[in-house]
Design a protein around this ligand. Structure first.
Ligand SMILES: Cc1ncc(COP(=O)(O)O)c(C=O)c1O
Length: 385
């Protein structure tokens, strides 16, 4: 009989809610994917490279031209130059990069700081490699990090701190003061950082996105994960990349080669072509800020309570003042009886505290959002106490 390596872990909440959504013909605002097209030029570039015969294995670390373009972009955005030869690797989405970083860094018994609510893969993968997650709660409504609490939890066993900014599911972002506090905490330690920055370009605040790549005390010990799925609204292409100093990247690649070896060749060339042309660097923040504001207006008109967000394409809505329903009961009633799929924030925590907060993805056409809001309004009127 098979003995589970991660007992107590079921199918991902995204798979569960998307399947339930399809079964009930619901509007799916649960999983983070757009319902609009990707740039036509990206499709044309992909066709072109396939037709021209770029269809065999790419180099293990990724197509050099794409790594060069990423290096240029990182330098422009964050002022740090990653060497395309040995500091950048193209991965099968952000997910594979996250998995590979954890596999590379975490040994049996190591402690890993994870801020909760958290993207669902971190904890299970840490456990898969024998690590012990040390959870730090981000508290509503602003979900900011309490660095004094983090300091108390650090020990000689702490191997890795996992950051995610802009943050899924809460939409909070780390500020310059957070990065300074973190720099002070890790200085003189052997702690490494995994910085999940897949939403780097979906950022609404006045301050710029704070990447660990901007901070000299952090960049030296950090793996940064990015996703082309988020950058070009092409989540189905499953393309991302990881950047890290050469000594870290060398170990990353040893594992990467046995996970996927290499990633889709023609689409790597297509992405390189897009990145090389300034016109194709998307203004995602402006685009998604409009969508966010549109969805917020709909939610406010219903009389519901949205929580503040600074980035990502997710919006949290607090139902706790209008109903005693919590967690999956709340999400399932909305889905099964009213036809809108959302994810309870409790699903992003290891101990599922009772919460009446749901996460909605607003990366959708306006018609989809209007139709969803009409259904959410009916739900609201039916549960209002
Ligand atoms: C915080 C976070 N990290 C990583 C990923 C995975 O990115 P990809 O779709 O490129 O695997 C996602 C996707 O939703 C995410 O929200």
């Amino acid at each position: 009989m098979i003995r589970s390596k991660i007992p107590n872990i079921g199918v991902s909440i995204f798979a569960e809610m998307s399947e339930l959504s399809a079964q009930h013909g619901a509007i799916n605002l649960s999983q983070g994917f757009p319902d609009f097209g990707i740039p036509q030029d990206l499709i044309a570039a992909s066709h072109k490279f396939m037709s021209e015969g770029f269809n065999q294995y790419a180099p293990m670390q990724g197509v050099l031209e794409l790594r060069r373009q990423i290096s240029k972009k990182k330098l422009k955005d964050y002022g740090h130059e990653y060497d395309p030869n040995d500091e950048i690797t193209i991965t099968a989405g952000g997910t594979q990069a996250l998995f590979t970083v954890i596999a590379t860094t975490v040994h049996e018994g190591d402690q890993v700081i994870i801020f909760e609510p958290a993207y669902d893969s971190y904890g299970p993968v840490v456990k898969l490699f024998g690590g012990n997650p040390v959870y730090v709660e981000l508290k509503a409504p602003d979900y900011a990090v309490d660095w004094t609490e983090v300091k108390k939890l650090l020990s000689s066993q702490t191997r890795l701190i996992i950051l995610n900014t802009p943050h899924n599911p809460t939409g909070s972002t780390l500020k310059d003061a957070d990065m300074q506090a973190l720099s002070r905490l890790v200085l003189g330690t052997k702690i490494m950082i995994l910085s999940d920055e897949v939403y780097e370009h979906i950022h609404f605040g006045d301050a710029p996105h704070e990447s660990v790549s901007k901070y000299p005390h952090l960049v030296d010990r950090s793996f940064v994960v990015n996703s082309f799925g988020k950058m070009y609204n092409a989540t189905g292409w499953k393309m991302g990349y990881c950047s890290a100093p050469a000594k870290l990247m060398k170990e990353f690649r040893k594992i990467h080669q046995f996970v996927v070896y290499a990633v889709n060749t023609p689409n790597q060339y297509a992405m390189a072509e897009m990145l090389n042309d300034e016109n194709f660097l998307p203004n995602l923040s402006g685009f998604f800020k409009e969508k966010r504001n549109f969805f917020l207006k709909l939610i406010n008109e219903i009389g519901l309570k949205p929580l503040p967000t600074d980035g990502t394409y997710f919006q949290l809505v607090d139902f706790s003042e209008v109903t005693t329903l919590k967690n999956m009961d709340l999400a399932k009633k909305l889905l099964i009886d009213f036809g809108v799929a959302a994810i309870p924030v409790s699903a992003f925590t290891h101990n599922t505290p009772k919460s009446g907060v749901l996460r909605f993805c607003f990366s959708k056409n306006e018609d989809t959002l209007i139709a969803a809001a009409e259904r959410i309004a009916k739900f609201y009127n039916s549960i209002k106490v």
